[in-house]
Design a protein around this ligand. Structure first.
Ligand SMILES: O=C(O)CCC(=O)C(=O)O
Length: 301
């Protein structure tokens, strides 16, 4: 997700486009594990816009942490790194996306884990197309909220069926874990994207959107859910589900890997303003399918 402003963003130094061998690996059904997804969970996803699947990615925690660690050490060798702690603030809040093809552990996860099938089944879709992956790290001492936001308004896509498969890479108490406003994906509202560093709205010229409600000022009016997370627990959520964190100070690291999938009916959408990923140079127009040569179909029913 481009968090706006662009100043900390190495937009053009590293290419986000995957090589075809990586695309082929994600499309290969090979070793992909499937995990049972019953009708109750599918219904919960549809109603609440977020579900937890405890332990679903336990065996992937070590490899995903290793891949993320290399990004944290040399962020400029990767596409779209973003530092959201500003001068004088304690800790570090970092995120980065569109690097799955150059981090072998991420490629392995997307090729061989149940992530794509979990996304496809929960969306009730016949396919799950990989949009991108996104990693997050907050270091101990960080006391910075992830602003309440939906993911869809940042993105250059639209579609009725969406799923982020968010793997917790550290045990995290619920007060500092990501929290969700359940059912907000069904409000038929889109809210302005917000800069993670300062929380301010951007792309406010987009008439289809409005400001995010002040959830912290009135938490009792919203159905907010968060879970105590164990490393390897998975949260799956719709791109329209409002989510964010408190500014509670972190006692330990809090890392996560989020794989973004699109279901049937998804297409490119040129929203006004700055979009994420910024695919303005690949000749797509609103309504176009996302090319499978860059966005592999990772699962079909
Ligand atoms: O982990 C976080 O603080 C934010 C995660 C998030 O916003 C996402 O995965 O969309």
């Amino acid at each position: 997700m481009q968090q706006g402003g662009g100043s900390q963003f190495n937009e053009w130094t590293v290419d986000w486009r995957p090589e075809q061998a990586a695309v082929a690996a994600v499309c290969e059904p090979g070793n992909r594990n499937d995990i049972p997804v019953g009708p109750e969970l599918v219904n919960e996803y549809k109603e609440r816009g977020v579900v937890r699947v405890p332990g679903a990615a336990e065996e992937w925690v070590g490899p995903l942490r290793a891949g993320l660690e290399r990004i944290l050490k040399t962020p400029n060798a990767y596409a779209f790194p973003c530092e959201s702690t500003v001068a004088g603030e304690p800790g570090r809040f970092f995120d980065c996306y569109c690097n799955w093809h150059r981090v072998p552990e991420f490629l392995d996860f997307l090729s061989n884990s149940p992530a794509a099938s979990l996304a496809g089944r929960l969306m009730g879709s016949n396919s799950a197309q990989l949009f991108h992956e996104h990693v997050f790290a907050k270091e101990p001492g960080t006391a910075k909220a992830t602003p309440w936001h939906q993911d869809m308004p940042y993105y250059c896509v639209d579609g009725p069926l969406t799923a982020s498969v968010y793997v917790a890479l550290d045990d995290t108490p619920p007060d500092v874990a990501v929290q969700f406003v359940t059912g907000s994906h069904r409000w038929e509202k889109l809210f302005y994207p917000r800069v993670f560093a300062g929380g301010e709205d951007f792309n406010t010229d987009d008439a289809s959107m409005e400001p995010v409600p002040d959830i912290e000022a009135d938490r009792g009016s919203f159905e907010i859910v968060s879970w105590p997370l164990k490393a390897g627990d998975v949260l799956v959520f719709d791109y329209r589900t409002l989510h964010g964190t408190t500014a509670g100070k972190l006692k330990q690291r809090r890392r996560a890997f989020s794989a973004r999938f699109l279901g049937d009916g998804a297409h490119y959408l040129q929203r006004p303003g700055e979009l994420s990923p910024p695919l303005t140079d690949i000749g797509l127009s609103t309504g176009d399918d996302l090319p499978e040569k860059w966005f592999p179909v990772a699962w079909t029913r």
